[in-house]
Design a protein around this ligand. Structure first.
Ligand SMILES: Cc1cc2nc3c(=O)[nH]c(=O)nc-3n(C[C@H](O)[C@H](O)[C@H](O)COP(=O)(O)O)c2cc1C
Length: 192
């Protein structure tokens, strides 16, 4: 009996360790009811969007992927703002440090970002342009000071003309601590 218990514990430990990696898998429960293969991809400079992405990942299941630019954005706000404005006005595509190798296996892609200057940071355009997302559902979510999704949804629709883009979720930085219920209601309302 003791040997069986020890073997089971070792198996659980092994399975737990094997789940790590860039794309962090968690599929135990989901607020979504359909037959979905979910990716939650996000960019976050100061952690707000990362927190929201992790809540969505917990409630929707699937895999989690952090979008990382090759050249990190400055921690100084003014320097970051200057770079963000230059990239926006130059319609830049900042190179990314990693890509999702198995994008074809997902049919629902949540895409999260902070609102910068009334739009998504240009790394989101870099990310979306790397893949053929035709026929997939691309679901935007953002954090911001107060702006809401602003111009970011129009940009995503332009970049993903053959994807389904349901209503996104915007959470202000000051409401992040109590966003779990809103995330749950939003996910259930997506009808996915
Ligand atoms: C360069 C820059 C531009 C921003 N522009 C806006 C904006 O237009 N509207 C807004 O409400 N918040 C704006 N913010 C605030 C961020 O959207 C907000 O702090 C967000 O939650 C940060 O997310 P993160 O921690 O995931 O990076 C801006 C922040 C930065 C750094």
């Amino acid at each position: 009996m003791k040997i069986i218990a020890i073997t089971a514990a070792a198996l659980f430990f092994f399975l737990g360790c094997a789940r790590g990696g860039t794309q962090n898998r968690q599929n135990e429960t989901s607020e979504l009811t359909g037959d979905n293969r979910v990716l939650v991809a996000y960019f976050s400079r100061t952690g707000n969007t990362e927190g929201l992405a992790k809540t969505i990942h917990e409630l929707a299941g699937g895999d989690l992927f952090e979008i990382t630019p090759v050249e990190p954005y400055p921690s100084d706000y003014d320097e970051c703002l200057a770079r963000a404005l230059a990239e926006l006005s130059g319609d830049s595509r900042p190179p990314l440090a990693a890509r999702v190798e198995n994008m074809d296996t997902y049919n629902v892609i949540f895409i999260g970002y902070p609102i910068w200057c009334g739009d998504a940071p240009m790394v989101i355009r870099s990310f979306l342009e790397e893949y053929d997302l035709a026929g997939k559902t691309v679901v935007p979510f953002c954090t911001s000071g107060s702006s809401g999704l602003s111009g970011s949804v129009a940009a995503i629709k332009r970049l993903c003309p053959e994807s389904t883009i349901p209503d996104g979720l915007a959470v202000s930085a000051s409401s992040l601590g109590s966003a779990r219920d809103a995330v749950s209601t939003w996910l259930k309302g997506l009808g996915l």
